[in-house]
Design a protein around this ligand. Structure first.
Ligand SMILES: [Ca+2]
Ligand SMILES: [Ca+2]
Length: 317
């Protein structure tokens, strides 16, 4: 399912549409409609019904954890414009209101009014993310822009101050965020749920990037990249990507595919096999850049890839 998102992304490019032909045009049109529908679905479904009413309608989401000891309510005005949505959250602990705020924009130079980020899923969750017995409340949000980006505001209880302290985590593109917006999963049975998404830093390599799996864990107020600790999920991702190799060859996106696959392979400590595959791809001309791709030569591209994988922590030597 995540991979379909990669295909969608490539299909959006005018250049790629030419390369991929009529099937891609149809795919692009269909997926574009799907994305428009997705972005509107929340406001349309939850909002249009009441737009004519004298008082702007309000949407509410509730979440509770620890047998109701921690309860949160998230509410906002149903409006098509994010500027009018006025997102607010209140958190109670043991029945006592201890925190309330208007959700601020993500602190970036471009400060769009935030939107609920759950899409068809809830945006608000309460769950003990670090297995310390105290539930955190987390709110998934959409930053703004045409197709980007997602972030999460995590509220953790401070006993000292008897209130919740918010911290932000930036996911980026939808692909980085997919996989957990409908809920978290404990992948290794340690009672701490993991956030499993994609690594959207690969956008820096190619606008049509294929992104490898990236797994996060919340500890003491901070999100940690724990992908390396989950080899089973990484191996599954590598295998999943590998199945697209014939298609990538036919449609000239071997660079994008092998970048993500190589990242997974390095996490798994399979450098030797990876080198053989990359060398074979160079011999067969599969990694040659087509204008305007740079660098042109496959060998030079591998050097760029390795530099990137070192910088992003996939290659540690
Ligand atoms: Ca906790
Ligand atoms: Ca876990």
């Amino acid at each position: 399912m995540v991979f379909a998102e990669e295909r969608l992304r490539r299909a959006w490019s005018p250049g790629k549409i030419l390369v991929m032909g009529a099937r891609a045009v149809a795919l692009a049109a269909g997926l574009l409609l799907a994305v428009v529908a997705l972005s509107l679905s929340m406001t349309v479904r939850k909002g249009l019904a009441g737009l004519d009413a004298a008082r702007p309608p309000v949407a509410r989401e509730y979440a509770s954890a620890a047998g109701g000891r921690t309860r949160a309510v998230f509410h906002y005005t149903k409006a098509l414009s994010a500027d009018r949505m006025n997102l607010r959250i209140r958190i109670e602990r043991d029945g006592k209101p201890v925190f309330a705020e208007r959700v601020p924009p993500y602190p970036r130079p471009e400060r769009y009014a935030p939107r609920p980020g759950g899409g068809e899923h809830p945006s608000l969750f309460a769950r003990d993310l670090d297995a310390d017995g105290e539930p955190e409340v987390f709110l998934n949000l959409y930053w703004g822009g045409a197709h980007c980006c997602w972030w999460t505001r995590i509220y953790s209880y401070s006993e000292e101050r008897d209130t919740y302290v918010p911290r932000n985590h930036w996911w980026g593109e939808a692909r980085a965020y997919y996989g957990f917006r409908g809920g978290l999963r404990d992948l290794d049975g340690d009672a701490r749920p993991e956030f499993s998404g994609r690594d959207d830093r690969f956008l820096r390599l190619s606008y049509f990037s294929v992104d490898p799996i990236r797994i996060w864990s919340y500890r003491a107020g901070v999100m940690h990249d724990v992908t390396r600790r989950h080899p089973r999920q990484v191996a599954r991702d590598a295998l999943h990507l590998w199945r697209f190799y014939p298609e990538a060859r036919r449609e000239n996106w071997v660079r994008e595919l092998l970048a993500a696959w190589t990242a997974d392979q390095y996490l798994l400590g399979r450098a030797q096999r990876t080198e053989r595959v990359l060398a074979r791809a160079v011999r067969h001309g599969e990694l040659e850049g087509k204008p305007p791709q740079r660098p042109r030569s496959g060998k030079a591209w591998i050097r760029v890839l390795k530099r990137f994988l070192r910088k992003t922590g996939y290659i540690q030597s």
